[in-house]
Structure formats: structure tokens, C-alpha cells
Write a protein that binds this ligand. Structure first.
Ligand SMILES: Nc1ncnc2c1ncn2[C@@H]1O[C@H](COP(=O)(O)OP(=O)(O)O)[C@@H](O)[C@H]1O
Ligand SMILES: [Mg+2]
Length: 654
């Protein structure tokens, strides 16, 4: 059990295996039964041999007669001699084990009967009986294997789906603090390659790793019944095979983690190339990128080869050992037979050899599967790393439900530092926002404006201080009720690959088409959408370049309008647009801001001037706060930024 708990696969998969426990037990049972049925087929070899080559017993008969002649023993004592020979055949050193020999004889007797009765007609009939028995066993084994595979696949796929769901659920609920530093390509690689690796192992775990060791044990057990000493010899040799392999398996597990890490780096490199394809092309950097990608790939090859080498060594040693083992066993059996420890006719020795070779084959398969499992353990270790990432945006059990902004928002002594950064992105921020007020956030790039908005949206939680809404700490209200209070529009409009209707309805999934149209009207995009051949049903992916940045942004504004929350968070909603689009978007936003409480990050004067108050941030601190006129008179940072913009932009109409 201790081994299981420390085992990466078990720890990762157990929560997903629990709901499929019944199926898993079924698979286990099928594997056991299947192995038993398949190995039983070989037990029929002994009687079949007796039927095929009855001369064996005839040979014994004639040898006895020869001995009787040599020693001039009277013919009436033949029965007695045969009895003595038969007794010698049962292992005299282990009387307690005589029952096994008797069992075997009984099976043989039952089918073959008295060897003397073996007329050609009866032999033919008996061969058909054996063939029939083999077929029945095979049919049962086939049925059990069919059931086992179906059950195993059902449980395995169910587990993978549940694992992926759980991972995505877990990752989605991690804050931007986590997603900010996690490389997307690496995440993608873990979710695809690592999960598939884990999928492959479920199958192997359930079937090969249950069935093959079981087959090996059953084959060895049956071989033991036939020739106990020889079988013990085989078993005693096994550590010689297993110890080196287990060392190599540990190496494979470590190698697998490294190899998957490199694969993640390769995926990361690819996502970067293709997400930056314009830049790559514009600088004719294709060759440079290819070179870089090649280096990353070679890292993958190197790490993977380490793992493959360990696996190949393990496989090579297994093959060598089992084959040399068969050879040595022949020698051992020969010695035992000469020393008289081993008795048995040709048929049962043939069965014995076949059983041992079956056992070796199953051990070989087990070890190969264990290799795959070792690789998967590397993948599981990496997935476990994701699972172990503790969610940092949490909701206390007695979280309050917000129904509005109430007395407004109060930011108190707020401080935030990104993980791994030495200087805080925000410190000592104190700000109050009354209901209905519009607050503009201004400041040079990197001042901490987006961080402040992310904190208000609770994408991240502060290291110091707090944000109160209607007197309640944001960390003590339910996440659902808080997200219902704000709509957010950011710099880069994000549209899902769905119809425009669905994209707008994202803001309120149960909105009627009429409500969607009203929202679009408010966002000044309704007329445009209607001019499209498929109107609201147009898929955003199909529309492609026909949608300009401004149109995309107005669709996200319609989404925000439809969400209908009292607080608006606008983070440079117009800054990525050309002047003309910007005007259209700004008109839509101005209309939206009316009657809303708003926090607006903008660099255009028109938006800023219209705000009730302006907060100026610099290096993470709140340096100025007041109306446009107050701040201009103050001749501080705002006045400076304002004068800079005047040089490049005509005075906007109020
Ligand atoms: N995910 C992140 N990880 C580390 N540092 C970050 C991250 N996001 C922003 N920062 C840093 O925090 C500071 C504030 O950034 P930000 O809030 O985006 O500024 P603004 O929106 O005013 O341009 C900057 O110094 C920036 O480099
Ligand atoms: Mg920003």
C-alpha cells in the first residue's frame, strides 16, 4: 500500500478510478479468468501426446518385458513390476505432493483411459475430444478477453475524460498569478502528450499488467505440478532478471520526465513561432527560428534517447535472459532426469517446457509493459505538478452574496507583487469609488494600471491591503456574485470561434435574440451585423478579416452591455484601434458608461477629461488624484503626460 501511495500513477488516477471501481474489478476478474483459461489449454497437451504417440507406453511395456527376460522373471509378475515403476515415477522424496501427480494421472486417465484400449478409431475420436475441449476453453477465453477489453476501455476512457476535465477545471480556476508565468505551449503539451501517455498506461495497467503476471504465475503453478524441482530452479533464477530491470525502470521514469519537459519546450517554441508569425515573416527570421527550433528538438532527442537506451537495455536483457534461461533449463532438466529427481513421460515434459516458455513470454510482456508504465509515470509526475498547484482565488464557505455595488468600492492600502518579482507592481493604493462615478486610471506604461483592474476583477488577490465592495472584502464574497457586478472590456477583443450571436450571448447565456439585438444597438454594431449575409449567425472564424478591430471590439462591448453589470472595467479598450474605429467604439463606450460605475484605463484625452476623477499611477504608486482641471493646475505628472499628448494629437472635441 505504501508503494501505491508513493506511486505517481496511483496518486494521480485514483480519484478518477473510484467511480469506475466496479468495471475495474470486472477487468481484473476477466484478466484472471482469461489467463487461467488460456494456460489450461496447455494442460491438455499431456493427454493429447499420449493419444498421438501411444508408443510411449508401449515402449515402457516392451522395456519391462525385456528386463523380465534378461532376469528371467516369470511372466505373471509383470503387473507387479509395472506398479513398482509407476510408484517410482511419482516423486518419492515428496510423498505429500503425490496428489498432484495423481491429479495429472487422473486427467490423463479420464481422457485417454487405458492406453491398451487405444484402437485407431478410439484415438481419432479422442483427438476430437481434445480439440473440442481446447475450442471450448478458447471460446471462453475469447469471450472473457472481449469483455475485459470493453470494460477496460470504458473505464480507461472514462478516467481520461475525468482527468482532463479535472485538469482543465483546476487550471481555469487558478488565478492570473499562475497563468501569467505558465508557458501556454508547455501547458498545451502537458494536456495532450502527457495525458495521452497516461491513457496508454491505463490500458496496459488494466490488462497486460494484470493478465501477464497472472499468466506467468498460473503457468509456473501448472509447471510446478508437473515438475516441482525444475520449476523451483526457474523461479530461483528470476531475481537475476528482475533486479537489473527494476534499476533500469527507475532510470526510464526519470528519463521520461526529462523527455516530456523537452517536448513541452518544443511545443512552446512552436506556439511562439506561429503566434508571432507576422514578426517572423517581417524580419525574414524563418531560418533563425528553424535553427532555434532544431536546437530545442535536439534537446528532446537527447533526453528521449536516454530513456530509450534504458528501455532498450531492459528489453535486451529480458530477451537474453529468457532465452539463455530456456537453454539452461534444458540442461537442468537433463541433469535432474539423469539423477532420477525428475520423472515423467514425453507428453508431460513437453507440457512443462511449453508452460515455462509461456511463463517467460508473460514475464517478458510484463516487463515491457512495466517499461511503458515507467514512461507514463514521468508524465503523471508532470500532471501531478499541475494538480498540486493550489488554487489561490478561493471562496470561503460562508461567502456573502453581493446584489449590487451598494456604498461603492473602497481600495485600502493595496499592495501587489508578482511571483518572482522583487519590486511590487502596486503599493499603498488608497482609492474610493462612489456608485455612478467614473474613475480614469492614467500613468506611464508599466505603472500598474492593468494590475489594479485585475485586482478589482479578482483575477488576482492582493498581497497587502484589501478591496471592499459595499463594505465587504472581495475575498469574502462569492465569486459568482462578484463577477455578476462587473463587465470587462480589454485592449485585445477576444471572440470565440462561434456565431456572433453566441459571442454576444456569452455575456448572458439565457438572453433572448431581441435582447442581443438591443445590446448590439447600444454598442453601435447592430447595423453592421445585419449587413452580413448570415447576420447574427455568421461564424466569427468564417468572417475572418471582414471583421475589423473596431467591429470586433464593438461585439465585445455588446457582450458587456448584455452582461448588464453595474460596474464597468475598461482596460485600454480603444488603444489598439485606428482613429476612426476608435471614435465609433468610444461613442459606444460613452453611452455604456452613462449610468454605470466605471474604472477606465485610457490614454485618449477625451475619455480621461470626461471622467469624474483621474487617478495617476507611477511605479505602482498613486501619485495624483483629482479632476482634470485640478490636476492640470497641479502641474505634476498628469499635466506633463497631458502636454505630451497635446503635441501629437489635435484638441479633441468635448
Ligand atoms: N504576469 C506578470 N508577471 C510579472 N510581472 C508582471 C506581470 N504583469 C505585469 N507585470 C509587471 O507589473 C508592473 C505593472 O504592470 P501593468 O499593471 O501591466 O502596468 P500598466 O497596465 O500600467 O502598463 C510592470 O512592471 C510589469 O512589468
Ligand atoms: Mg496595461
Amino acid at each position: 500500500m505504501g508503494f501505491l501511495r508513493s506511486n505517481g500513477i496511483f496518486r494521480l488516477l485514483w480519484p478518477h478510478a473510484k467511480p469506475h471501481f466496479g468495471k475495474l474489478v470486472g477487468v481484473f476478474f476477466c484478466s484472471f479468468l482469461g489467463a487461467l483459461l488460456m494456460q489450461s489449454t496447455f494442460l491438455l497437451l499431456t493427454p493429447a501426446w499420449g493419444i498421438l504417440f501411444p508408443s510411449d507406453s508401449a515402449a515402457l511395456d516392451s522395456r519391462i518385458e525385456q528386463v523380465m527376460q534378461e532376469r528371467s522373471i516369470p511372466a505373471d509378475r509383470k503387473a507387479e513390476l509395472v506398479a513398482i515403476v509407476q510408484e517410482a515415477q511419482t516423486d518419492p522424496s515428496a510423498v505429500a505432493e503425490g496428489w498432484k501427480e495423481k491429479l495429472r494421472m487422473r486427467i490423463t486417465d479420464a481422457i485417454v483411459g487405458d492406453p491398451k484400449d487405444l484402437t485407431p478409431e478410439r484415438r481419432k475420436f479422442l483427438l476430437w475430444v481434445v480439440a473440442g475441449l481446447v475450442s471450448v476453453l478458447a471460446l471462453a477465453a475469447g469471450l472473457v478477453s472481449y469483455l475485459g477489453i470493453l470494460l477496460g476501455a470504458k473505464a480507461g476512457l472514462g478516467m481520461v475524460v475525468s482527468l482532463r476535465q479535472a485538469l482543465v477545471h483546476h487550471l481555469m480556476h487558478l488565478s492570473l498569478r499562475y497563468h501569467g508565468r505558465r508557458k501556454f505551449g508547455d501547458l498545451l503539451s502537458r494536456m495532450s502528450a502527457d495525458v495521452s501517455k497516461t491513457l496508454s498506461v491505463i490500458d496496459i495497467l488494466l490488462r497486460d499488467l494484470v493478465q501477464e503476471p497472472m499468466s506467468a504465475l498460473i503457468a509456473l503453478g501448472m509447471a510446478y505440478i508437473i515438475a516441482p524441482m525444475a520449476t523451483l530452479g526457474v523461479v530461483l533464477g528470476l531475481p537475476l532478471l528482475l533486479i537489473p530491470v527494476s534499476i533500469l525502470l527507475r532510470r526510464m521514469r526519470k528519463g521520461s520526465t526529462k523527455s516530456l519537459n523537452e517536448l513541452g519546450a518544443a511545443t512552446q517554441a512552436m506556439t511562439q513561432i506561429f503566434s508571432g508569425i507576422r514578426t517572423v515573416k517581417a524580419y525574414r527570421a524563418e531560418d533563425r527560428e528553424l535553427d532555434r527550433f532544431h536546437k530545442v528538438q535536439m534537446g528532446y532527442v537527447e533526453a528521449t534517447m536516454k530513456m530509450v537506451r534504458a528501455g532498450a537495455l531492459s528489453a535486451a536483457w529480458t530477451v537474453t535472459y529468457t532465452h539463455v534461461g530456456m537453454g539452461l533449463m534444458v540442461v537442468m532438466v537433463g541433469y535432474m532426469s539423469i539423477a532420477g529427481i525428475l520423472t515423467g513421460d514425453g507428453g508431460s515434459m513437453l507440457t512443462f517446457f511449453i508452460l515455462i516458455s509461456q511463463a517467460y513470454k508473460s514475464i517478458k510482456k510484463t516487463l515491457r509493459s512495466t517499461g511503458t508504465v515507467a514512461e507514463a509515470q514521468g508524465a503523471c509526475d508532470r500532471l501531478q505538478e499541475l494538480v498540486d498547484e493550489a488554487p489561490d482565488i478561493i471562496e470561503p464557505p460562508n461567502a456573502a452574496v453581493l446584489t449590487g455595488l451598494g456604498k461603492g468600492i473602497s481600495i485600502q492600502n493595496l499592495g501587489f507583487t508578482y511571483d518572482g518579482e522583487s519590486t511590487p507592481a502596486l503599493q499603498d493604493i488608497n482609492l474610493d469609488l462612489a456608485p455612478g462615478e467614473t474613475l480614469a486610471l492614467v500613468g506611464p506604461s508599466g505603472a500598474g494600471k492593468s494590475t489594479l483592474v485585475d485586482l478589482v476583477a479578482r483575477f488576482i488577490d492582493p498581497n497587502e491591503g484589501r478591496i471592499l465592495v459595499d463594505g465587504k472584502d472581495l475575498r469574502e464574497v462569492t465569486l459568482d456574485s462578484w463577477t455578476d457586478q462587473y463587465s470587462m472590456v480589454t485592449q485585445a477583443p477576444f471572440l470565440f470561434h462561434e456565431s456572433i450571436l453566441e459571442n454576444i450571448r456569452y455575456g448572458r447565456p439565457n438572453a433572448t435574440p431581441a435582447e442581443v439585438e438591443a445590446a448590439s444597438e447600444a454598442a453601435d454594431i447592430h447595423a453592421f451585423i445585419q449587413s452580413l449575409p448570415q447576420g447574427y449567425r455568421t461564424n466569427v472564424a468564417d468572417a475572418g478579416s471582414r471583421l475589423s478591430g473596431g467591429q470586433r471590439q464593438r461585439i465585445t462591448i455588446a457582450r458587456a452591455v448584455l452582461h448588464g453589470a453595474p460596474l464597468l472595467l475598461l482596460d485600454e479598450a480603444t488603444s489598439a484601434l485606428d482613429t476612426e474605429s476608435e471614435r465609433a467604439v468610444q461613442r459606444a463606450l460613452d453611452r455604456l458608461m452613462e449610468g454605470h460605475t466605471s474604472i477606465v484605463i485610457a490614454h485618449r484625452l477625451s475619455t480621461i477629461q470626461n471622467a469624474d476623477r483621474i487617478a495617476v499611477l507611477d511605479h505602482g504608486r498613486l501619485v495624483e488624484l483629482g479632476t482634470h482641471d485640478e490636476l492640470i493646475r497641479k502641474k505634476g505628472l498628469y499635466a506633463h503626460l497631458h502636454s505630451l499628448q497635446f503635441r501629437t494629437e489635435p484638441i479633441p472635441q468635448a
